[in-house]
Design a protein around this ligand. Structure first.
Ligand code: GDP
Ligand code: FE
Ligand code: FE
Ligand code: FE
Length: 195
């Protein structure tokens, strides 16, 4: 996409901030910063990383009713209606980002769509991986293992992606949560690819 200057980024940031609680907006700012750091380390477009990181959770506080409406309006797969916010805020969130914020860069929209579940190694671009990892590793995250995950990711973005997929899957299963098939698909694909 065209280079984004500081002014455009500040204007976008203001609009994102209006849609989110303070703590979630601050998470988005930190994801944007961490995405820029990982983009520089991995030869990924820094502007796209900054924007995608900033907007990735734009729809996280949208109501169930509005997500369901958007699924119909955007012609998304109706099966999505059986899921919840964890899945919607990325996949359906990309439609809000397009419609409300006017962001039409397909690379940014894909990074948002994949930021929760990840995707197969062939599907994920450098930008997708950077946003996926920045969401997990931003400076406000303090789960056990975050420092190890940051070190792994500094050495290899791909190993970082696999680490997150394995740990999130295991975390969700440990809590006996329903797991979206795309999360399994991504995990299996990276396990076969890297092992
Ligand atoms: P956040 O939006 O910054 O909180 O982070 P994410 O978008 O990565 O994840 C949102 C939530 O969805 C987290 O609690 C994840 O653990 C959870 N999550 C990730 N994958 C799945 C999945 O396959 N199924 C379900 N139910 N939750 C998931
Ligand atoms: Fe998210
Ligand atoms: Fe994530
Ligand atoms: Fe996030």
């Amino acid at each position: 996409m065209a280079a984004v200057n500081e002014k455009e980024l500040a204007a976008l940031s203001k609009r994102v901030g209006k849609n989110l609680s303070k703590h979630r907006f601050e998470h988005c700012l930190r994801v944007s910063d961490y995405a820029v750091k990982l983009a520089k380390q991995n030869g990924v477009d820094v502007n796209q990383a900054a924007v995608a990181g900033l907007v990735h959770d734009y729809a996280k506080e949208v109501s169930k009713k509005d997500f369901l409406k958007k699924i119909d309006k955007s012609g998304l797969n109706p099966d999505l209606k059986n899921w919840g916010n964890a899945v919607w805020h990325g996949v359906v969130g990309a439609e809000f980002i397009k419609d409300d914020l006017g962001i039409d860069d397909p690379a940014i929209l894909q990074a948002v769509r994949l930021h929760t579940t990840g995707g197969t190694h062939k599907e994920m671009t450098g930008l997708d991986k950077v946003v996926f990892m920045a969401d997990y590793l931003e400076e406000g995250r303090d789960f056990p293992g975050v420092e190890e995950a940051r070190q792994i990711t500094d050495k290899s973005l791909d190993q970082g992606v696999f680490y997150q997929l394995a740990h999130t899957l295991s975390f969700l299963a440990g809590k006996e949560k329903v797991i979206y098939p795309k999360t399994f698909e991504a995990y299996n694909d990276w396990a076969m690819y890297l092992k």
